[in-house]
Design a protein around this ligand. Structure first.
Ligand SMILES: Cc1cc2nc3c(=O)[nH]c(=O)nc-3n(C[C@H](O)[C@H](O)[C@H](O)COP(=O)(O)OP(=O)(O)OC[C@H]3O[C@@H](n4cnc5c(N)ncnc54)[C@H](O)[C@@H]3O)c2cc1C
Ligand code: FES
Length: 444
């Protein structure tokens, strides 16, 4: 249990919205620099993405580098790598004495011709920024019990237990006079005063680290793609592979071990747009048992993350005294720590060397087309979902963010919004996404 503070102060120098890795790392860095910080968390510390991540702290990131290079160019890629390397080093130094920090080789692999092309593009992008990998061909052993057609191996990467990191950061914040207030949902911001479910808070600076930004003066909700993934832990007879793996085939698979269990992630879907998430879990089980005969599922969960069109996370100011960090594209361990270093650098007047290059507008023509495509997807989801709801009596009403028609997720027993990814519990409480108000009526 991570200790928190029972009362909301009346004022603070820096208010940080969200107690995931990004929020707590930013708050810890600022607290160490002498700022009075208050972290406001709607649920519990680590309740959303950070507590449900697979927590690979790796510079080998599937096909991210080649995609980012295609969208944002080599200068942005170099800055992205510098930021991620600094984020990785920072996590290592914070957890230096913690047994949950484990060194592992990281692998990106493919089993299909399309996946092979993605591997080739990734190898090129990694070479362009001087990141060393071994290229493994068909027949070379990647440590998996099934054949792969191509693989990249980066040695000496890391995996952690994310809640251990959050517990450590919470301790740093409180040791330096900061506070962490949970069950405190931020509802809005006006003239430097935050409106929260536990009363007002006056703040000189506000850092929004809530995943999808809940104070959104830049319209992020319309620019972020929301991807939800399944993950599950299995007991597997015999040896489990020791590396950290990610496939770049059409259905991506993520594998790593934790305390003798095999953690497997994938498939993914756009929140609120998958008709049958329960079938996804059955298909994940089937795949795992095929590859690891005798595997038995111990537990499962699902989580979501946000992607920008350019693949470059957004970390910076969006108004006077207002800062945002989002868009980590399922690589928010290194990126969340890097965002914290960036924001702390900005707020202490010592900007990070990579910050500027990651903030220039990366919207190329291709990105413009992709953005329009994504918006068309949102519009189509709005129509399909509204039509499906005609005549239904069990619908809980509209999403409190912008009125999307909610879809029932029978696997997680939640109401999910297909427009921008807000999710609500069966009783209507907000779980995640840009919405801040509960549903007034919800039942299944
Ligand atoms: C399935 C999956 C696997 C992943 N695996 C990896 C991996 O192996 N390696 C890696 O680097 N990354 C991985 N990621 C990505 C990584 O987990 C995330 O990018 C990262 O955890 C995001 O951290 P965060 O602090 O920005 O957000 P979060 O951890 O989501 O924290 C945001 C916090 O804000 C709070 N909040 C929201 N609204 C409000 C409000 N109105 N008021 C107050 N608080 C609010 C939330 O309750 C939440 O606690 C994975 C993601 C997923 C979904
Ligand atoms: S999340 Fe935007 S309308 Fe539901």
């Amino acid at each position: 249990m991570i200790p928190t503070d029972p009362t909301l102060p009346e004022s603070t120098e820096v208010a940080v919205v969200g107690a995931g890795l990004t929020g707590l790392a930013t708050a810890a860095l600022l607290a160490r620099s002498g700022f009075l910080v208050t972290v406001l968390e709607a649920r519990a510390v680590g309740a959303v993405a950070t507590g449900n991540t697979t927590a690979k702290v790796s510079l080998l990131q599937g096909s991210v580098m080649s995609e980012l290079r295609k969208h944002a160019g080599d200068t942005a890629l170099e800055a992205y790598v510098a930021a991620n390397r600094a984020g990785q080093d920072w996590i290592r130094s914070e957890l230096a004495d913690d047994p949950s920090l484990e060194q592992r080789d990281a692998f990106t692999y493919s089993t299909t011709p399309t996946g092979d092309s993605a591997i080739d593009a990734e190898a090129e992008a990694l070479a362009a920024v001087g990141l060393d990998v071994d290229v493994l061909g068909e027949g070379e052993h990647a440590g998996l019990p099934y054949p792969v057609t191509r693989a990249l191996r980066m040695r000496g990467q890391w995996q952690i237990h994310p809640m251990r990191l959050l517990a450590h950061l919470a301790e740093v914040i409180r040791e330096h006079g900061g506070s962490i207030v949970t069950d405190c949902r931020v509802l809005g911001l006006q003239d430097g005063k935050l409106r929260t479910s536990r009363g007002p808070l006056q703040a000189n600076q506000v850092v929004v680290a809530s995943g999808s930004p809940v104070i959104d003066k830049a319209g992020f909700f319309a620019r972020l793609r929301v991807s939800r993934s399944l993950a599950a832990a299995y007991r597997v007879p015999g040896e489990v592979p020791s590396g950290m793996y990610l496939s770049v085939d059409a259905v991506g698979r993520s594998l790593r071990t934790s305390q003798g269990l095999l953690l497997v992630g994938g498939p993914s879907w756009t929140t609120g747009r998958e008709q049958d998430p329960a079938k996804m879990l059955a298909s994940l089980d089937e795949w795992v048992v095929d590859q690891f005969p005798g595997a038995a599922r111990v537990t499962w969960w699902a989580a979501q993350d946000y992607q920008t069109v350019s693949r470059v996370p957004f970390v910076g100011p969006t108004g006077e005294g207002l800062w945002v960090a989002t868009g980590f594209n399922k690589w928010g361990m290194t990126n969340g720590a890097a965002a914290a270093l960036t924001l702390a650098g900005d707020l202490t007047g010592s900007p990070m060397p990579w910050a500027e290059a990651l903030r220039s507008p990366h919207l190329t023509l291709r990105d413009g087309a992709e953005f329009i495509g994504a918006q068309a997807g949102v519009a189509a989801a709005a129509v399909t979902s509204a039509v499906r709801h005609i005549g239904r009596h069990d619908a809980p009403g509209a999403c409190t963010h912008m009125g999307g028609s909610l879809e029932w997720n029978d696997l997680e027993r939640t109401w999910d919004c297909p427009l921008h990814g807000s999710r609500f519990a069966e009783d209507g409480a907000v779980l995640e996404g840009p919405a801040v108000e509960a549903l007034s009526r919800a039942s299944k």
